[in-house]
Design a protein around this ligand. Structure first.
Ligand code: HEM
Ligand code: HEM
Length: 233
C-alpha cells in the first residue's frame, strides 16, 4: 500500500468553553466518585453541584455556542451513524475526519451528558440515613416515593456512567494508538494537525465568543449555588 505523504497543518477545532467544560467535568466526576469512596459527603455534594452547573451550561452552549459545539452540527440520523461506524476499522483519515464530533461520537456525547446530568440531578434527592444522615437539598420538597426512586437511580445510574466513560476513553485511546489521531490533545489545546488537503473542512467553523461562554457558565454556577442555598433554607 502506498500512501502519498502530505503536509500536515494545524487547525483550530474546539473553543475554550468546550475544553473548559470537558476537563472541569472530568475533575468534578472523579472528585464526586473519590469523595464517595472516602465518605466525604459535603465535598461529594459540591462536586455534584458543579457537574449540574457544567451540564446546564453545555446544553445552552449546544444551542448558542460555536458551530461545531451545537447539537444540530453533530447529531445525525441512523444511516450516517452506521455508515460512519462501518468505516472505523479500515477507513482512511479522509473518511474519518470531521471538523467536530463524528456521527457516532456525537451521540456518545449526548449519552454522556444525559448520564452525568441524571447522576447530579438524582443526587439532589438522594439520602444517606444510616450513619452520615445526609439529605440532598431537595429531599424535603418531594414525596418519599419520589425520593426513593431518585436514590435508586443515583445508585444504579453510576454503573451506566462507568460503562459509558470506559467506552469513551477506550475510543479516544483507540484513535490515538491505532489510528494515530490525537483527539485528546485537541481537547486540551483546541488545535489538531490534519493533512493539508483536509484543512478546508475546518475553515467553516464559526467560533462563538469565549467570554460569552464563560459568562453563561458563571451564571449557571451562580444559579445552582443560589438554588441549593435557598432550598437548604
Ligand atoms: C469522567 C470522565 C469523562 C466524561 C464524563 C467525558 C465526557 C465527554 C463529553 C461530554 C464530551 C463532549 C465534549 C463537548 O462537545 O462538549 C467529550 C469529548 C471528548 N473526550 Fe471526554 N469525558 C471523560 C473523560 C475523558 C478522558 C479521560 C479523555 C482522554 C483520555 C477524554 C477524551 C475526550 C476527547 C478526545 C473528546 C473529543 C472527542 C471528539 O473529538 O469527538 N475524555 N468527553
Ligand atoms: C455527577 C455527580 C455525582 C456523582 C458522579 C455521584 C456519585 C455517587 C456514587 C458513586 C455514589 C455511591 C453509590 C453506591 O454506593 O451505590 C453516590 C452516593 C450518594 N450521593 Fe452522589 N454523585 C453525584 C452527585 C451527587 C449530589 C449532587 C448529591 C447531593 C447533594 C449526592 C448525594 C449522594 C448521597 C446522599 C449518596 C449516598 C451516600 C451513601 O450511600 O453512602 N450525589 N454518589
Amino acid at each position: 500500500m502506498t500512501s502519498q505523504t502530505s503536509d500536515e497543518k494545524k487547525v483550530k477545532l474546539w473553543d475554550f468553553p468546550v475544553r473548559l467544560f470537558h476537563w472541569a467535568l472530568v475533575i468534578a466526576i472523579v472528585t464526586a466518585w473519590w469523595t464517595n469512596q472516602q465518605v466525604m459527603i459535603d465535598i461529594h455534594a459540591i462536586a455534584g453541584y458543579s457537574v449540574l452547573a457544567l451540564v446546564i451550561f453545555r446544553i445552552i452552549w449546544g444551542f448558542v455556542g460555536s458551530s461545531n459545539a451545537r447539537f444540530t452540527s453533530f447529531l445525525t440520523g441512523p444511516n450516517k451513524v452506521f455508515g460512519y461506524a462501518s468505516k472505523i476499522p479500515n477507513g482512511s483519515m479522509e473518511d474519518l475526519t470531521y471538523a467536530g464530533h463524528n456521527p457516532a461520537g456525537g451521540w456518545m456525547v449526548v449519552v454522556l451528558i444525559l448520564l452525568v446530568g441524571m447522576q447530579a440531578f438524582s443526587g439532589l434527592f438522594a439520602s444517606e440515613d444510616t450513619f452520615l444522615f445526609f439529605d440532598g437539598p431537595l429531599v424535603a420538597y418531594v414525596s418519599s416515593d419520589f425520593a426513593n426512586l431518585m436514590n435508586w437511580i443515583h445508585h444504579t445510574n453510576i454503573n451506566l456512567i462507568y460503562g459509558a466513560v470506559g467506552l469513551h476513553v477506550f475510543a479516544a485511546l483507540f484513535y490515538l494508538v491505532v489510528k494515530r489521531e490525537n483527539l485528546i490533545g485537541a481537547m486540551v489545546t483546541g488545535a489538531r494537525k490534519v493533512p493539508s488537503e483536509l484543512t478546508d473542512r475546518f475553515a467553516n467553523i464559526r467560533f462563538a465568543s469565549p467570554v460569552l461562554g464563560i459568562g453563561i457558565l458563571a451564571v449557571c454556577g451562580a444559579l445552582v449555588w443560589i438554588g441549593v442555598t435557598l432550598a437548604r433554607g
